[in-house]
Design a binder for this molecule. Structure first.
Ligand SMILES: Cc1ncc(COP(=O)(O)O)c(C=O)c1O
Length: 468
């Protein structure tokens, strides 16, 4: 009989103190940071849920690999170890090591994209979109309609709308589509998974038209777990077998090993196309490094070679997905509006519904981010108008983002059940006093990616004229 309590499937060998602060100290830190949590010192944060990227705790075996790392410039044993692991799990014939995911994207899109091209995906992550747009091509999001409805409980809300992909191919012609992407899980769409049936259908359509299919594989192991637990016929399959089946349907992938590579840095680009791989290798040498280390040290290659297998461990995945769902379920049953069902790596709170008194242009998401830090020293991130609102440089007029979300991303193997309980308590405490919270205005901002450096000021009362 399986025990009901799901525990962390590891014990702790080395600890890192985190720092308690008083409310007065947090108030002062917020004011000094211009109410932008990117400008806080990490030491002043108690629980850091800013991102799950590069923030994992490594295992004893990974640390052993760090010591073993062979730093030879060419042909290091760590490279062969890394290449063997990537080929074993992902199955592609050519592997290019990069320093993180966006470097793989940069090399891929610089090699296959040209001005006027169109690249469809379920939902492009920001760096993927930016690299495509940098080449003068258009990044198109074709997630299924349920994927855009926060309350919808579709089990695979990350699926790509195959019918719309067919229409796009007919409309623009396959010659202008250098590849199609699938992001697993769909980070920008709430960390929602893609089903094997969907990967198969997208792959079949792409193959019919001779369009290569690439997987943005950052959270491939979490996606494999969702397939196992939610898709008919996969309940008995191991996560690694599911991952292999998924990648066999694709022609290549980009990977940020800072997620399901369980590493703090690293990534790779993989493909089955030998001619393309040669062109990409030229760019790799130009911008990253020699092909047997790319953008990484030998020790990073070792940590990832081990981490990729650890991310596929059943006990780990069960704990990982259950603890994320635990956070989501415990706040949503008290009425906190979240993107349903809980995703793999993060919980997304719908801040517009949380603070209906705060119009979009007064940044309800940022108001919640500030309150979580003020309440309990928790750092989260706004994914709303501060991040994606558009400001007309001529008129200064603001257009709000399509949604106002706050993401609580869970670093891998870092926090325990009691940390998660603490986060639940803090969110519910802000939820109870939500009616008294007011919005923010931007007092200083950069022309692009403003959320990283903007400075804000609290509004004492809602501005009535602001648009929703
Ligand atoms: C889905 C997805 N793709 C690509 C990236 C980019 O990876 P990196 O930050 O390693 O450049 C990320 C990072 O968060 C991501 O979530």
């Amino acid at each position: 009989m399986r025990m009901k309590t799901i525990i962390e499937p590891f014990r702790i060998k080395s600890v890192e103190p985190i720092h308690m602060t008083t409310r007065e100290q947090r108030e002062a830190h917020l004011a000094a940071a211009g109410y932008n949590v990117f400008l806080l010192r990490a030491d002043d944060v108690l629980i850091d849920l800013l991102t799950d990227s590069g923030t994992a705790a490594m295992s004893a075996d990974q640390w052993a690999g760090i010591i073993r790392g062979d730093e030879s410039y060419a042909g290091s044993s760590s490279w062969y170890h890394f290449e063997r692991a990537v080929k074993d799990i992902f199955g592609f014939t050519h592997v290019l090591p990069t320093h993180q995911g966006r470097a793989a994207e940069r090399i891929l899109f610089a090699s296959v994209c040209k001005k006027g091209d169109v690249v469809p995906s379920n939902t492009h992550f920001d760096t993927t979109r930016a690299n495509i747009e940098f080449m003068g091509a258009e990044a198109v999001d074709l997630v299924i309609p349920e994927g855009r409805v926060p309350s919808s409980r579709h089990p695979f809300k990350g699926n790509l709308d195959v019918e719309r992909l067919g229409e796009l191919i007919r409309e623009v012609g396959k010659a202008r589509i250098p590849l199609c992407m699938l992001t697993v899980t769909n980070n920008s769409g709430g960390g929602q998974p893609v089903s094997m049936a969907n990967v198969r259908a997208v792959s079949a359509l792409c193959r019919e038209h001779g369009i290569p299919l690439y997987i943005d594989a950052c959270r491939f192991a979490e996606n494999a777990w969702f397939i196992r637990t939610r898709e008919e016929g996969y309940g008995e399959k191991s996560p690694i077998a599911i991952a292999r089946e998924m990648f066999a349907l694709a022609d290549g992938c980009t990977m940020s090993a800072k997620k399901d590579g369980m590493a703090n840095i690293g990534g790779f680009l993989a493909t089955n196309d030998g001619r393309l791989a040669r062109r990409e290798t030229d760019l790799l040498i130009l911008t990253e490094g020699f092909p047997t280390y790319g953008g990484m040290a030998g020790r990073d290659l070792e940590a990832i070679a081990e981490g990729l297998y650890e991310a596929l461990d059943e006990d780990y995945l069960r704990y990982r997905i259950t603890s994320t769902a635990y956070l989501g379920d415990h706040i949503s049953k008290e009425g906190v509006p979240i993107v349903q069902p809980p995703g793999g790596h993060a919980i997304y709170i719908d801040a517009a519904a949380f603070f209906p008194q705060i119009p979009a242009l007064e940044l309800p998401g940022q108001a919640l981010v500030v309150e979580l830090y003020r309440e309990a020293g928790i750092r989260s991130v706004e994914i709303g108008t501060l991040m994606f609102g558009r400001r007309d440089p001529e008129t200064g007029r603001e257009t709000p983002a399509p949604s106002e979300l706050v993401r609580l991303a869970i670093p891998r193997r870092v926090y325990t059940q009691s940390h998660v309980d603490y986060v639940v308590e803090a969110i519910l405490s802000v939820w109870r006093r939500r009616a008294a919270v007011r919005g923010y205005r931007i007092v200083e901002q950069a022309p692009f990616l403003r959320h990283f450096t903007a400075r804000l000021a609290p509004l004492s009362a809602p501005v009535k004229a602001a648009a929703r």
